[in-house]
Design a protein around this ligand. Structure first.
Ligand code: TXA
Ligand code: MG
Length: 334
């Protein structure tokens, strides 16, 4: 299959052509403020099936449905708890996904047999216009091959899925660079299933009794199927090291004896360590979040044997960053 690539800023017909392909049952990748999504008509079972094939996605992992308005969101659920209304009003459009009771309007392979559906209204103007023109809810996981870091540019999508999907709406790099927060709103109080763009602290200010999921299968129930898989893995093994610069240096020194080591550290730590290669993560947690996936994708087998990454504070967007690093890591020292 030839994959079409539309440059949104140069091509006024791009969004309309992409939406037409969605309506025809094809797959189109599109930009959002978090990461690029791989979209299909969520009411078309065959189209949704193609997503799982193209990504090689585990069959039991349900998809997030994307819609342009709050009315469209409500149109996919049976009920919305009062606290959810507040969260929706404050944080949408934006990087937050609500898990709500499903009314069965989407194809059943979107929800994978769950009674709930995950819905999100993205903030990105191109995503919103695309969704408006699709006129159907759009199921969209991150547009990467399963297991790889999520795509924060059309280039990443092209590398993973070119030849397997109908098209890519290219609008440059994603600003946030981390996926949306997934929040379960089916109970008396909300539970954050996946930390993301809207932070725990932001939500806590609005809904005091919000909790976070510590174990994917808490109480014997798999709350968010996707969270149990290995994710975000770079091609080169990554070790996550929490502790002082001295601890970090010790690990670097032992490994550097036999391997070419690349170290990912904050600007502050950079000055305090020595290694074969030192790469700055960024100046602050927001910048680190926006650059992380591109950095992880930049390592090539043969050039680097081991990535050693410094642990970061689990504050604000740092929770999402550490959640992804913990999943990307083959070893976690702390
Ligand atoms: O920012 C994002 O959320 C991006 C963009 C494209 O919107 N999408 C994304 O999708 O990250 P994906 O498929 O990579 O991650 C979706 C997560 C998975 O962990 C999945 O298990 C969970 O949401 N999920 C989907 N439906 C669910 C449901 N009904 N109940 C619980 N978790 C659900
Ligand atoms: Mg994903």
């Amino acid at each position: 299959m030839q994959t079409k690539r539309w440059y949104v800023k140069e091509n006024p017909k791009a969004i309309t052509e992409a939406a037409e392909l969605i309506k025809a049952g094809s797959l189109v990748a599109f930009p959002t403020e978090t990461v690029y999504g791989l979209g299909a008509d969520a009411t078309n079972q065959q189209a949704v099936h193609k997503i799982f094939q193209a990504k090689n996605r585990p069959q039991d992992n349900p998809l997030i449905v994307h819609v342009p308005t709050k009315e469209d969101l409500k149109d996919l659920t049976t009920e919305i708890p009062a606290y959810t209304e507040r969260l929706i009003d404050l944080f949408t459009p934006g990087p937050i996904t609500f898990v709500l009771p499903s009314n069965g309007k989407c194809a059943n392979n979107v929800t994978k047999g769950l009674a709930t559906i995950a819905v999100r209204i993205p903030q990105h103007p191109v995503a919103l216009e695309f969704l408006r023109q699709c006129k159907v809810p759009v199921a969209a996981p991150s547009a990467n091959l399963s297991g790889k870091p999520s795509p924060t540019s059309a280039e990443h999508v092209w590398g993973d899925l070119q030849g397997k999907i109908a098209g890519i709406l290219d609008d440059g790099s994603a600003t946030l660079g981390m996926e949306s927060t997934v929040i379960d709103c089916t109970g008396k109080t909300p539970i954050i299933l996946r930390p993301g763009g809207i932070t725990y602290e932001q939500i806590k200010k609005v809904v005091h009794d919000v909790s976070t999921l510590r174990h994917v299968n808490e109480g014997g129930v798999v709350h968010s199927p996707g969270m149990k898989y290995k994710h975000y893995a770079p091609d080169v093994p990554l070790w996550l090291v929490e502790g002082s610069p001295a601890t970090l240096q010790e690990v670097i020194d032992t490994q550097s004896a036999s391997s070419h080591v690349s170290v990912l550290v904050t600007h502050e730590t950079m000055r305090e360590i020595t290694a074969d290669q030192i790469i700055p993560l960024g100046n602050n947690l927001e910048e680190i979040a926006s650059r992380l996936y591109d950095l992880l994708r930049s390592f090539k087998v043969g050039e680097t044997d081991l990535i050693i990454c410094e642990g970061l504070p689990k504050i604000g967007i740092g929770r999402a960053v550490m959640n992804r690093l913990e999943k990307a890591a083959v070893k976690h020292i702390h």
